[in-house]
Design a protein around this ligand. Sequence first.
Ligand code: PGA
Length: 229
Amino acid sequence: MIFAANFKTNHTRASTQAYVEALEERLATKRPEDRVYLFPPATALDRYKGSFTVGAQNAYPTRNGAVTGEIGVEQLEEFGIKTLLIGHSERRELLQESQTRVAEKFCYFQSLGFEIIYCIGEPLEVREAGEEAVMAHLLGQFEGIDITYDNLIIAYEPIWAIGTGRSATTEEIHTTHQALKQHLARPLLYGGSVKPANIQEIGAIEGVDGVLVGSASLDVERFSQMILA
Ligand code: PGA
């Protein structure tokens, strides 16, 4: 299984450092086939060493230049970072990243060989319109995206399940993952209110290759509990 922690706008450099140290101790007993990723905020990126991969939550498709407030490849290279989250619904919604911009970013970082965790997910009104509408929406989020890229992991995160405490049901996850798998040959994560209480149930669903965890990853005990469950 893949376990990815998305800190979003949480944790500082100091608390990330402490987190990483505590996590590394816990990971001594992790199953060797499990893969762990951490996405701290940009200010906490560093050359952390351990049995996990550190990635960036965002970067601008440039090496460097005049893009106020963004970071580019030069800033990632300083810490040896070659993994990036792209397409998270919070960036699509709060920061109005259009599919065109998301696809441009994807192509740029793909051309540099980055490992990409690419996020897709539908809003509640689309979910309520039924599975066919959900699939049409999700497939639309692959526009301009090379889904055969071999350094790609996909994360399906229904927007209504993110940060709400209400995960999708086992049946919803199963149905959507099965449908997506007909189009994808890459690992497929589920994200949206994954926590210690539901990790076993979600991890056991056929077609779920891992999880992308927000809130419940902020506490190192809870995140390691999920990995070691
Ligand atoms: P959540 O966030 O676990 O807090 O629902 C998941 C995500 O947005 O990646």
